[in-house]
Write a protein that binds this ligand. Structure first.
Ligand SMILES: NC(=O)c1ccc[n+]([C@@H]2O[C@H](COP(=O)([O-])OP(=O)(O)OC[C@H]3O[C@@H](n4cnc5c(N)ncnc54)[C@H](O)[C@@H]3O)[C@@H](O)[C@H]2O)c1
Length: 330
């Protein structure tokens, strides 16, 4: 399916992140020449790309920088045919206390990359949105016509970025597609996210501290997510489209804890931790994806079910060489 990608020069922003690192590896495997943007840091730490296969890593051009710098984005996009834009601030709790940072990274960063992509005649710009743009579902399963609701500063900045992408397609003819994954999980994900939070506690003890067990989420395994980008990337006819990726099934956090306990052979005690709860009107109670558009346009459907994916996450965090700090804040 992704044969047309072989030999393409591509840029992945957020390549040190959870999804970006898996996507970067997948693109190298498909014969792409990959430039990987890692958020500049003083120690040259390449974050999740450290988990990549060494042979693959040696084929990647690693660039350090910041999407907030338009001049840098112009340079970084030179010679690039396809942009996979994943760099973002994504933590919802941090967006309550540092909303301006979210505007600068998620909105200004996206417009910088859009301008750079126009200047450098990029063939396809794939922007990464999120199902958080819907807030609590008005109806389920959620299709691409569902109304947008800015239920957190994070979600509001992603809505802004998505609309800028749409406008660059309409106003300037940029072949730009909005990829909208529902919740994604898998190895390498930050311990801030719900599944790593549950799994790491469950491996170490018989107790799980969690904000709330009732919200329901549609969980896509990260390699399925990468597969969606591969299927969309080489297409020149998707400009202006927004496409959902999800499984069409949702699980409550309580059900996920039970599944993890079942795999580990433990009966886990759940302790509600008030500090982890979102403000009442900001909590998103249910997300279920209608992915029929992805199926129809791209022939994409998820290959992993939740239990199969959870087993891979548990294997990843069970590795004794992996350092898991005791406490994570925002
Ligand atoms: N994880 C999910 O469940 C999920 C679901 C839907 C959508 N998304 C979207 O997918 C994308 C990737 O998410 P992820 O889970 O891999 O998150 P992540 O936090 O692991 O990755 C984001 C990356 O962006 C980088 N970054 C942040 N600010 C930057 C800046 N100013 N300049 C350059 N790089 C910067 C970070 O260093 C990080 O490596 C995001 O756009 C997110 O909104 C994630």
């Amino acid at each position: 399916m992704a044969a047309e990608l072989s030999g393409k020069s591509v840029l992945v922003t957020g390549a040190g992140g959870f999804i970006g690192s898996h996507l970067t590896e997948a693109l190298v495997k498909h014969g792409c020449r990959v430039r990987a943007l890692i958020h500049y840091n003083a120690t040259s730490f390449i974050a999740n790309l450290n988990h990549a296969d060494r042979n693959i890593l040696s084929e990647i051009e690693i660039v350090f920088g910041d999407v907030q710098d338009g001049h840098f984005c112009d340079k970084m996009t030179e010679g690039i045919e396809i942009v996979f834009h994943l760099a973002a601030l994504i933590g919802i709790p941090y967006s309550y206390v540092a909303p301006v940072s979210y505007v600068q990274t998620n909105i200004t960063g996206t417009v910088n990359l859009l301008n750079a992509s126009l200047k450098n005649s990029v063939e396809h710009f794939l922007h990464t949105s999120t199902s958080e743009v819907y807030g609590t579902a008005v109806y389920t399963p959620i299709d691409e016509k569902h109304p947008l609701q800015g239920q957190s500063p994070y979600s509001a900045t992603k809505i802004g970025a998505d609309k800028l992408v749409e406008s660059y397609h309409r106003a300037f003819g940029l072949n730009a597609t909005v990829m909208r994954p529902f919740n994604t999980f898998g190895p390498r994900q930050s311990l801030r996210a719900v599944i790593p939070t549950i799994v790491t506690q469950a491996i170490r003890s018989d107790e799980v501290r969690i904000g709330s067990t009732t919200p329901k989420r549609d969980m896509t395994f990260v390699l399925d997510n990468a597969d969606a980008y591969l299927k969309a990337a080489g297409r020149t006819d998707l400009g202006g489209e927004t496409i959902h990726y999800g499984t069409g099934k949702s699980y409550s956090i309580g059900e996920i804890i039970k599944l993890v306990g079942g795999i580990l052979g433990k009966k886990l005690k759940v302790i509600e931790d008030r500090e982890r709860i979102r403000p009442e009107k900001s909590e998103v109670m249910e997300l279920i994806c209608d992915y029929s558009k992805a199926k129809k346009l791209l022939g994409w459907s998820p290959g992993y079910d939740l239990e199969k994916g959870l087993r891979e996450v548990i294997d990843f965090f069970n590795d004794p060489s992996l350092e898991i700090p005791d406490r994570y804040h925002i």
